[in-house]
Design a protein around this ligand. Structure first.
Ligand SMILES: [Zn+2]
Length: 313
């Protein structure tokens, strides 16, 4: 018996999209003035809900009403190595594509840095970017809007998902969504990163389609009637914004959780023990502490982030 989570939907064969403006990148020009909007999938090769969205939109021949629309399958090579018996492995090949963006001016030594250098000019063109991800653990969806106000504002205008997370990215390396103008307080460029839920849940595809629908219509690049009518879901009654304050990493991979935790669970009391890392207690630093994407419920390698902590703002 495998401990791997079930795969609840069929994966798309994306080889028909290899020939593009660059491999697995397609640029659609409207010929009218307007923003450049980019929809990216497979930044992590085993996060397939976004690939379904991009595959379907390309298959429909979706064209922008104004401006330019860019589609990308980022780490298509990792995706093409997907092995259902070892499904987590195809997240990447040599390294994490989404940690390479701070060193793309250096010579590329990995498949992921070479690919990021191909993708980079398209990311640089984009005024708006939605990067479609999913999660290792069975967590509720969340939108990572970065550290700037305009990211949080765009996430609010989309109206879903309920949880919006403001963060500064990863110490391990810059993400695509923080690259260039997207991370510049003086720029107008805005990027969002959606985590649609567990990678292979059917519900992840529903979330990816809903958020892509909201993003593409909100940016004005297409109209709702251009998109499948059943993609948009009812909006949650409200949204909340969580400011990430801490990232808790396990020193040597010896983290023992105090109990099972849910995604974006709120821990009421400061000083609550979340677990022990190498025998040292890890506690919540303030009241009403939100556990952002807790990975505490499974074995982790040394240095891996166990959970991020945040405040409701
Ligand atoms: Zn991801």
């Amino acid at each position: 018996m495998s401990d791997n989570p079930p795969i609840e939907y069929d994966f798309p064969d994306i080889r028909r999209w290899e020939q593009g403006d660059a491999p697995y990148i397609h640029v659609k020009e409207s010929g009218m003035p307007g923003p450049t909007v980019m929809l990216a999938a497979l930044t992590h090769g085993n996060e397939v809900s976004g690939a379904i969205v991009v595959d379907e939109l390309l298959g429909r021949g979706l064209a922008p009403r104004q401006g330019t629309l860019i589609f990308s399958f980022n780490n298509f090579e990792a995706y093409q190595r997907f092995d259902p018996n070892n499904p987590f492995k195809s997240r990447m090949i040599d390294e994490d594509f989404n940690r390479t963006w701070g060193r793309l001016d250096q010579p590329a030594t990995t498949r992921e840095t070479r690919r990021a250098q191909v993708v980079r000019p398209y990311v640089e063109r984009a005024d708006f970017l939605l990067d479609l991800h999913s999660m290792h653990d069975d967590c509720v969806p969340l939108m990572l809007c970065g550290p700037l106000d305009r990211g949080a504002e765009l996430a609010r205008r989309l109206g879903a998902p309920a949880d919006i997370v403001r963060d500064r990215g990863h110490a391990a390396g810059m993400r695509m969504r923080d690259y260039g103008g997207f991370g510049d307080p003086q720029s107008d460029k805005t990027a969002l990163l959606i985590e649609t839920g567990q990678h292979w849940r059917a519900s992840s595809v529903v979330v990816a389609k809903d958020v892509a629908h909201r993003f593409l219509t909100e940016t004005g690049i297409v109209e709702a009637s251009d998109l499948p009518a059943d993609w948009k879901q009812p909006a949650p009654p409200s949204q909340r914004i969580v400011q990430v304050t801490h990232a808790i990493a396990t020193k040597r991979g010896n983290f023992t959780p105090a109990r099972r935790f849910e995604g974006q669970e709120v821990i009421t009391k400061a000083g609550t023990v979340l677990g022990h890392d190498d025998g040292e207690p890890v506690t919540t630093p303030y009241d009403d502490c939100v556990l952002v994407m807790p990975a505490v419920n499974r074995p982790l390698r040394a240095g891996v982030t166990v959970v991020r902590l945040g405040r409701l703002i």
